[in-house]
Design a binder for this molecule. Structure first.
Ligand SMILES: [Zn+2]
Length: 272
């Protein structure tokens, strides 16, 4: 009977005064396992499979840049702007955040797998310019569509080929260098292109100011971004070989069109 009551309670629509959920939250179930919910005490949030509640906006943060913010809104705080490659000025990198670098690990764990073995069981193989690479089955089709786009781009410009062969790899169960967080490679949703043609901020000499560098051509970046992959070349802490499947950051459906963030988002749309 308690279960029945619980089911009734969770099935109730959100309180009327809550209004519609933020678009960046409402779009998440398209790609991540769980559902949008509203709680009288916690506000809007996402209940991941398994029952944990991840708030849209953690109490007290008010969307501001907090230390270690774990709310979903922080995913979008630094907008990811696709399109023409921009030379980044890293001279004051302390103040600049990298779009997409905020990752809510809970979403990945619940969607792609809680352990190395669980992710491993859900890997597909994707042919990428001669070799087959493991990639999470939920991101394999998007990667195949990237390959189709890249094949067309390669027809136009054979000089793209060296970037797409001898690639660095895809799935590997590991943490981000010098971090406690799992890399998106651990979930099988990231791919590193040819390391020989890449630049990575950690390869700079220690103590030297960050100097953004890149050789990856626009056509390659375009092919990935068109299918929901973000590029590490958009980061002041650049990693130009790295692409990861983060469709929420590139989808129009997740973007606020009204409200307090409308002004900035309108600017982003214009810049695209
Ligand atoms: Zn990578």
């Amino acid at each position: 009977m308690w279960l029945a009551l619980l089911a009734t309670l969770t099935a109730l629509p959100p309180a009327r005064d809550a209004g519609p959920p933020p678009r960046g939250l409402a779009c998440l179930p398209t790609w991540y396992a769980g559902e949008v919910t509203h709680r009288p005490d916690g506000g809007w949030g996402f209940v991941v499979d398994g029952g944990a509640f991840v708030p849209w906006r953690a109490a007290g943060t008010d969307g501001a840049a907090g230390e270690e913010a774990v709310d979903l809104e922080s995913i979008y705080r630094v907008p990811y702007v696709p399109g023409p490659i921009v030379t980044l000025d890293a001279s004051d990198a302390g103040d600049i955040e990298d779009p997409g670098r905020v990752r809510i690990e809970q979403l990945f764990l619940t969607t792609y797998g809680q352990s190395r073995d669980e992710v491993f069981d859900h890997l597909a193989k994707v042919r990428f310019f001669g070799l087959r690479y493991p990639f999470h089955e939920l991101a394999a089709e998007p990667l195949r569509r990237v390959v189709t786009r890249l094949e067309a781009a390669l027809e136009e410009d054979p000089k793209l080929r060296p970037f797409l062969t001898n690639i660095g790899g895809t799935f590997i169960w590991r943490k981000i260098a010098r971090s406690k967080n799992l890399s998106t490679h651990a979930f099988g949703i990231a791919i590193d292109l040819n390391v020989e043609r890449a630049h990575y901020w950690r390869w700079q000499r220690r103590g030297e100011p960050l100097k953004w560098q890149n050789r990856v051509p626009q056509a390659i970046v375009d092919a990935f971004e068109a299918e929901g992959f973000i590029w590490g070349g958009r980061w002041v802490h650049y990693d130009t070989m790295h692409f990861e499947y983060r469709p929420e950051l590139l989808s129009e459906a997740c973007r606020e069109t009204t409200g307090p963030r409308g002004g900035r988002d309108a600017g982003v749309n214009q810049a695209r």
